[in-house]
Design a protein around this ligand. Structure first.
Ligand SMILES: [Zn+2]
Length: 196
């Protein structure tokens, strides 16, 4: 009597011996990389297929193309998120320049979604205020600081009376050969304390 086999080998058990290299179709073992059927009854035949030049080069080229696709996806995702941030920051700046409260964005969202490229990614006003506005404020603050950095500036305050006999205090800024009236205050009394 021949010795009893300890393990029954089937096309499925053979396939499971090699992780993610083969699949079984209609009781035939197929190589995922080479797309050819491989005789499975003898392990040595399967091992030889895995060691063949053809198989090794197929594995390498598929892994390379997989990596390339992943890199492409990653860089296009990054570009999309950068253009989305740019759109939102420009929108906030435009609203600030036009003196429009950010709250008004909410009612414009359907319009942006319909007519502006990536308009659907513009969030509601509270998100704009919390996540985007501080960053833009910082940038603007830094650029203002650079503008005035170590340059002479004069503040002029003077008091006069208007045609209703009220005391008017005008405050002017002089900077870079430009003079601007920045505030007009009507005071009850004009003394060195209120002026101070
Ligand atoms: Zn193969």
């Amino acid at each position: 009597m021949p010795p009893k086999k300890s393990k029954v080998v089937s096309v499925y058990t053979r396939c499971n011996e090699y992780k993610d290299i083969f699949h079984v179709d209609n009781n035939i073992l197929f190589c995922n990389y080479c797309n050819v059927s491989v005789e499975w009854k003898h392990k040595s035949v399967v091992d030889n297929h895995c060691k063949s030049q053809k198989h090794i080069s197929n594995v390498r080229s598929q892994e390379e193309s997989h990596n390339r696709t992943q890199q492409l996806t990653l860089s296009s995702t990054r570009a999309a998120s950068e253009s989305k941030n740019q759109l939102i920051e420009d929108l906030i700046e435009a609203f600030a320049i036009a003196d429009i409260p950010l709250e008004k964005v909410n009612s414009l969202l359907p319009f942006f979604k319909k007519h502006v490229k990536n308009g659907g990614s513009i969030p509601h006003a509270p998100t704009l205020r919390q996540n985007y506005l501080p960053n833009i404020f910082d940038k603007y603050y830094q650029s203002l600081k650079l503008l005035f950095d170590s340059k002479p500036m004069a503040i002029i305050m003077d008091e006069t009376t208007d045609d209703c006999a009220r005391s008017v205090v005008n405050t002017l800024f002089c900077y870079c050969h430009e003079t601007k009236l920045v505030s007009v205050d009507f005071l009850e009394r004009v003394t060195n304390t209120t002026m101070g």
